[in-house]
Design a protein around this ligand. Structure first.
Ligand code: ADP
Ligand code: MG
Length: 357
């Protein structure tokens, strides 16, 4: 087993015209599952390909444990890999396909067969063991690709958007299988996705990537609850955080912060589900607003838009909320202070406690 350490890792394409990955220094913990999450084009695949040895870094180093693998070729890195489009060997059965990478290993045949059976069971592929892979549905085919990567018993497994091209009907099923699998495996897993729900479900840690850099790396709950930047607050959540700019909305920002706005704070942020709404008349610390469009959100909640001059605040209300959901009605909203994040002009989070001192 091994952790994966990146030191000042960077990758430029087109003679520096495109910087795909910028000066990354971070560690993927041994035995953990890290989801590399970020919008399309932010450099996820390029980073994975460098870790896999399929792309040569422009700067920096990659270590597996203590070993510098920066210049090591892919076949010597001892990795399992699963990509967006599974590689399918025509005509091979599931059992043969999974056993392929084991052919080069010096193991007794019975040993290899036992290992193949083990991963077939691990991924619930028993009923397909003797079926040709190219006749399977997209999710099952991808499970075979996963099984093939797992059968090698490599200490590191890399996944690049393995669910993205699976038929929508089978996505959930494959996601469940992967979650089960990751909780059982001891390997160091890096899993690339642009889908936040996938990352929230599968990750021990999420490394949120933006424009070639890691914006924040944290367990899903911390990343969601305590985003360190405006981007993290905005990218996670459906919809993302609300932001109140201090410059144009000083009174609202002060109300949300429960007093004066500390120096250096340029925006306050809070999640739609943390907004409390009342229709019972003016209340201390609450902001008056007009109820705008109300729609049905996931989980049977209402997603309401609260209008206050130019400001639109998104709020999630329980389906049985006593607040009238009539457009145009007058409401008062507030947010518990512990749910509020403050940001500076660099769009980085400010610690409110120390900002007040
Ligand atoms: P992601 O996987 O997050 O969508 P990529 O790593 O594929 O992002 O791409 C990051 C950036 O690098 C993009 O701007 C992309 O166009 C560019 N890029 C990726 N591969 C190459 C390449 N082989 N040549 C030139 N530019 C590339
Ligand atoms: Mg990609």
């Amino acid at each position: 087993m091994a952790d994966i350490r990146l030191v000042g890792l960077g990758k430029e394409f087109d003679a520096g015209g495109v910087v795909a990955v910028r000066d990354l220094t971070l560690t993927f913990r041994e035995g953990s599952t890290t989801c590399l999450l970020g919008p399309s084009g932010c450099g996820k695949t390029t980073l994975m390909r460098m870790i896999a040895g399929l792309e040569v870094p422009t700067t920096g180093k990659i270590f597996f444990g203590d070993e510098d693998v920066t210049r090591l070729e892919t076949s010597k890195r001892n990795l399992g890999m699963v990509f967006q489009y599974p590689v399918v060997y025509r005509g091979a059965t599931v059992r043969e396909d999974i056993g392929l990478p084991l052919r080069v290993e010096k193991l007794p045949a019975a040993h290899k067969a036992a290992r193949v059976d083990e991963v077939i069971a691990l991924l619930g592929l028993e009923e397909y063991a003797n079926h040709p892979v190219d006749k399977l549905n997209s999710a099952t085919r991808q499970k075979v690709a996963v099984a093939r990567a797992v059968a090698r018993q490599a200490p590191i497994i890399l996944f690049d958007e393995p669910i993205t091209n699976v038929d929508p009907d089978f996505k959930l099923q494959l996601k469940r299988t992967l979650r089960e699998l990751f909780s059982r495996l001891n390997q160091t897993i890096i899993y690339v996705t642009h889908d936040q729900t996938e990352a929230m479900t599968l990750a021990d840690d999420i490394a949120l990537m933006r424009d070639g850099s890691i914006e924040q790396m944290a367990p899903p709950r911390d990343l969601y609850g305590r985003p360190e930047s405006v981007f993290a607050g905005w990218f996670l959540g459906n919809p993302g955080m609300n932001f109140v700019p201090v410059e144009s909305q000083p009174a609202v920002a002060a109300a949300v912060l429960g007093g004066a706005v500390p120096d250096g704070v340029t925006a306050v942020g809070f999640r739609p589900e943390d907004v409390l709404i009342s229709s019972g008349g003016p209340q201390r610390g609450a902001v008056e607003a007009t109820l705008g469009h109300v729609s049905l959100a996931t989980g049977g909640q209402h997603l309401a838009r609260l209008l206050h001059a130019d400001l639109v605040v998104k709020a999630k209300l329980p389906w049985d909320s006593p607040v009238a959901t009539t457009r145009g009605s007058q409401v008062w909203w507030s947010v518990p202070l512990e749910k509020v994040r403050a940001f500076d002009r660099h769009e980085r989070a400010v610690n409110l406690v120390s900002a007040e001192q």
